[in-house]
Design a protein around this ligand. Sequence first.
Ligand SMILES: Nc1nc2c(ncn2[C@@H]2O[C@H](COP(=O)(O)OP(=O)(O)O)[C@@H](O)[C@H]2O)c(=O)[nH]1
Ligand SMILES: [Mg+2]
Length: 334
Amino acid sequence: MQNPAGLCIGRAGARRYTRRAMDIATRLLEGDIRALARAIRLVEDRDPSAEEILRDVRGRAGAAHVVGVTGPPGSGKSTVCDQLIERWRTAGHRVGVIAVDPSSPFTGGAILGDRVRMQRHTGDDGVYIRSMAARGHLGGLASAAREAIRLIDASGRDRCLLETVGVGQSELEVMLTADTTVVVTTPASGDSVQIIKAGILEIADVFVVNKADLPGAAKVARELRDLGRQPKGMTAWQPPVIQTVGTTGAGVDELLDAVERHHAAIADSGELEQRRRDRLRAEIEAIVIERAADRARRELEEGTMGSELSGDLRGIDPYGIAERILNAHASEIH
Ligand SMILES: Nc1nc2c(ncn2[C@@H]2O[C@H](COP(=O)(O)OP(=O)(O)O)[C@@H](O)[C@H]2O)c(=O)[nH]1
Ligand SMILES: [Mg+2]
């Protein structure tokens, strides 16, 4: 038995993990919010049982509509998300939220800001909100977020929100987990230009100009419309530009409508299925890379391959050694 980091654990250890994992998985599938929280924590900690839980529940995932909300800090993403949550709850949906906060690099735990913004849902089991630190993830932020979404999905929540700040490469990768991506901007100077620079223009399915109560919103909306993008996938979909006021909820019904219409459009065209398949392919690739790198590191540090590095430097063939490490790996799989 191997844990996600590839370390061997004893048989007794394996049994213990299995029992705990099964218990959490069962309760999670029943929709238990505490089991969900626990499972996500195990995923974040790269605990060996996380992999088992994910395996146990994955057949039940795939029904949730994952909506990514990205944009500069302070643009009102959490406020708008809160409005979406309220409407979804009224319509009878169960909701999960992952809020990635880049400003708290090493806390690894709860980040208050986003929770405070969405706190009126505390006490409602139909809303699960989880903050995730942007950095400090062993297997990468994107993989932690993706697995957390999968767990939320499997727990019977049919709407998932994924809030990130549209800055770094890792946040962009996180956004690829979303079925529908909402890019939030504001009339504050520079925001719309910043979006284009950061390269998130291409991933937008819906544009939101939030803080439409402030002057200049119509101008920013016009600028975004004038960008006139080509449809990005196999769906003929022109990203709409919607003005909202997060604090009052103005425009949020329209936003919700656009989000649902986008989802229906990509489901109809087959793009949703295709995107999910592409994502799985990328995910498998990432897992192989992580494990192979881990294997190579251990072989070179502790295993027989380490001795290959002694002796005359000129006689060391890195390609040959790499090939042997990979082949040793392959023979173990079969
Ligand atoms: N004037 C105005 N302020 C807003 C609006 N939406 C959100 N805010 C405020 O903007 C600040 C940042 O909001 P928040 O949702 O935390 O932004 P985030 O960092 O993008 O998640 C808060 O003080 C909100 O009350 C809006 O439509 N108009
Ligand atoms: Mg926020």
